[in-house]
Write a protein that binds this ligand. Structure first.
Ligand code: GTP
Ligand code: MG
Length: 177
């Protein structure tokens, strides 16, 4: 309990980008994390799951939706009901950055999303991985500077260690409070 305003956040991004790992890290206590190890027993998401977490006085109801190509059509069911989006990118998956960009553009141009001032947090995830691109590099590869109808923010993160997640999520909380 304790969180004030309740918001619905949609967690999107290609398969294997780290969405479920990120939510696990945000919702697991340090003690549990030490017992299980980061990312323990996380498997590709089938369909969608809901997870709750709190930050900066905001209670987030997060929808973790599969990023698998054949399940991406599930994303749009949530557009109408969400207050914010976290878009997770694997910064070390250079080849699929163009796919991530086109999925992001498709989402932003959907009639239920375009023109809405909902905040968009982009996580340049797996910053711990060898050859991970920097957050500014990911931002330009995704064409974020062209987004003018939404407040957006990009953060380097490691969903495994939790590095960068706090900064990103507190930015989101400030936008929504
Ligand atoms: P789908 O459910 O298939 O859409 O994938 P997802 O985006 O939920 O990815 P998931 O959290 O299942 O993570 C995929 C793989 O990436 C797992 O092996 C994770 O351990 C790994 N992973 C996630 N985040 C990080 C990170 O920040 N750094 C590193 N090195 N690996 C990560
Ligand atoms: Mg998942």
């Amino acid at each position: 309990g304790g969180g004030g305003k309740v918001v619905t956040v949609l967690v999107l991004g290609l398969d294997n980008s780290g969405k479920t790992t990120m939510l696990r890290t945000l919702t697991t206590t340090e003690q549990e994390g030490q017992r299980q190890g980061p990312g323990a027993s996380i498997v590709p998401t089938v369909g969608q799951r809901q997870e709750n977490f709190q930050s900066g006085g905001v209670s987030f109801r997060a929808w973790d939706v599969s990023g698998a190509a054949r399940l991406r059509s599930l994303w749009e069911r949530h557009y109408r009901h969400c207050d914010a989006v976290i878009f997770v990118v694997d910064s070390a998956d250079h080849l699929r950055l163009v796919v991530a960009r086109s999925e992001l553009e498709l989402m932003l141009s959907h009639p239920d999303m375009s023109g809405r001032r909902l905040p968009l947090l982009v996580l340049a995830n797996k910053s711990d991985a060898p050859h991970a691109l920097s957050a500014p590099h990911v931002a330009s590869a995704l064409g974020l500077e062209r987004i003018t109808d939404k407040p957006w923010h990009v953060c380097a993160s490691s969903a495994l260690s939790g590095e960068g997640l706090g900064d990103g999520v507190s930015w989101l909380a400030r936008q929504l409070r």
